[in-house]
Design a protein around this ligand. Structure first.
Ligand SMILES: [Fe+2]
Length: 378
């Protein structure tokens, strides 16, 4: 029995599964007629393709990758606040519908970093965080990876002393309470919750303490040892997360102290160990960037105070990003929602390059060669 190419294409469009695809490939490559058995195989009912696109009702639904992460950041409101703006509560209610493997939070989960706040007030903020964010995720059985922000437990050192030791102690108390187990498979939690590593779905996650602009020598040697480890290097991908970004991207944050010191040195370290993406918060302005071999996901704020990107006229907006990962291709697709109106952010509307005081970051779909001479000069 002969089979035309068109018939096969129609069949291919309705069939899923490796067996049928393989059979179609053989037929095309050998240009032969199908045997009765092959014909039966092609006409047999085949399970639907495993493509799925879970999303909250009414929102754009991206195709799920091998691994899906929901990335949120900068959730807090004013100092001492125990509640959250409505976009935060809305996002937490939505998250199970995206069916993520993991939620990552870029820090500033509570609103400390003010020494007049009492221990009771700080504990009440963490209780509010638990009630609004962590407990609903635990109940939905979604693991929560996070990094400590300057408002959670700043590591600032003044005259040899930790300026916000109380914040750090209470953050540590909260996260080390077994009732608040974030559901992660830790690789190294000796300095948890400040710096630690975990693995999930064949991805190694390194969390560093970028609650200030400096990583101590002790922390840097831990970072290098962790990234060089067999566990990290045998994973299919490596992702790092910290609160401060490497390079400035937002108006009002374009100063020393609001980015990590020595960004090129840190980037080289991450590149050396094939870290795919560094995720950061603090700037409150979404920018899907890259520089050198490293992708830079600068998250927007979900809580109060979204900011404008440097050299952009767009009004600030709150965001949440769904990251779908293809493990074999080591590639990621971002679907970022403007949480003010629930539309998807068109990355083409963002600047092609952002130039802050400590360096430039390209939008991740743009190459240096694509820039105009004018853009290269900015
Ligand atoms: Fe911050």
């Amino acid at each position: 029995m002969g089979v035309s190419r068109r018939q096969l294409l129609i069949a291919g469009g309705t069939l899923g599964g490796l067996g049928a695809t393989s059979l179609l490939h053989q037929v095309f490559s050998q240009n032969k007629a199908l045997s009765p058995q092959e014909s039966v195989a092609l006409n047999a009912p085949v399970a639907q393709s495993p493509i799925s696109s879970p999303a909250p009702k009414g929102l754009t639904a991206p195709v799920r990758g091998d691994v899906r992460i929901v990335v949120i950041s900068d959730l807090n409101s004013q100092y001492g606040s125990t509640t959250y703006e409505k976009e935060v509560d809305q996002a937490i209610a939505f998250i199970p519908d995206w069916q993520p493997d993991l939620v990552l939070c870029g820090g500033d989960m509570v609103a400390g970093q003010k020494n007049s706040l009492t221990s009771d007030q700080i504990s009440a903020m963490w209780e509010g965080f638990d009630q609004h964010i962590a407990a609903p995720l635990r109940q939905a059985k979604i693991p929560l990876g996070f990094t400590i922000g300057n408002h959670d437990g700043s590591g600032a050192i003044i005259q040899g002393k930790m300026r916000f030791q109380k914040d750090r102690d209470l953050a540590s108390n909260y996260w080390n309470n077994p009732r608040h187990n974030p559901g992660l498979t830790f690789v190294d939690k000796a300095k948890f919750p400040f710096y630690y590593s975990f693995s999930q779905n064949n991805i190694f996650y390194l969390v560093w303490d970028a609650s200030t602009d400096r990583l101590s020598e002790e922390q840097l040697s831990w970072v290098e040892k962790s990234l060089a480890s067999a566990t990290a290097q045998s994973a299919k991908m490596r992702i790092a997360i910290g609160h401060l970004p490497l390079y400035a991207v937002a108006i009002g944050r374009n100063t020393a102290g609001n980015v990590l010191a020595n960004p090129d040195k840190l980037r080289t370290l991450l590149e050396k160990y094939h870290v795919h993406t560094y995720i950061s918060g603090h700037h409150h302005a979404y920018f899907p960037g890259k520089r050198g071999e490293l992708e830079l996901l600068q998250t927007g704020a979900l809580g109060s105070g979204p900011r404008k990107l440097i050299n952009s006229q767009q009004q600030p907006f709150k965001t949440l990003t769904v990251v779908d990962i293809n493990l074999n291709a080591e590639s990621t697709i971002y679907t970022t929602y403007n949480m003010n109106n629930l539309s998807v952010v068109d990355s083409q509307m963002l600047p092609r390059i952002v130039v802050g005081y400590n360096g430039w970051v390209l939008r991740r779909d743009v190459n240096w060669e694509d820039l105009t001479p004018q853009e290269r000069k900015t």
